[in-house]
Design a protein around this ligand. Structure first.
Ligand code: UDP
Ligand code: MG
Length: 140
């Protein structure tokens, strides 16, 4: 059964361009409730750990550099069928392939600097949320 939560990050490129407000508005307008949120910066070590699943992929080193290059916004979002619904809202990994009206279509500039993260499964949503937030930082 699908859980009601997913995890997102507004990535360094989007934070730097002052897109936080616009992206959060799209998230709220799509019916997601923010139950945890944090403005923070990943160290190289924590970015490396977060993206551990991509360790063998050729872009891993650059991804870790990029994700630790500036502040991010991390958040846990709630909505029915949250993981799948949020993947639809963010659009394809490569903004060139992202559908009209998706966050990546509007705000992403490249396949790496693609504005937002979205969990790809309920299991990973839980792991990723727990990576960034303690139980007493989540307000359901
Ligand atoms: N990425 C990249 N080059 C690629 C594919 C992915 O730099 O060829 C980056 C990009 O920032 C992406 C992240 O690695 O969001 C994780 O990749 P994944 O395939 O999980 O895409 P996502 O789930 O974010 O759409
Ligand atoms: Mg992914």
């Amino acid at each position: 059964m699908a859980t009601n939560r997913t995890f997102t990050m507004i990535k360094p490129d989007a934070v730097e361009k002052n897109y936080i407000g616009g992206i959060l508005k799209m998230i709220n307008d799509a019916g997601f409730k923010i139950v945890a949120m944090k403005y923070t910066k990943l160290s190289k070590e924590s970015a490396g750990a977060f993206y551990e699943v991509h360790k063998e992929r050729p872009f891993y080193g650059e991804l870790v550099e990029y994700m630790s290059s500036g502040p991010i916004v991390a958040a846990i979002l709630e909505k029915e069928n949250a993981v799948e619904e949020f993947r639809k809202l963010i659009g394809a990994t490569n903004p060139a392939d992202a559908a009209e009206g998706t966050i990546r279509k509007v705000y992403a500039k490249s396949i790496q600097a693609n504005a937002v993260h979205g969990s790809d499964s309920d299991e990973n949503a839980k792991i990723e949320g727990d990576f960034h937030f303690k139980a007493n930082e989540i307000f359901a």
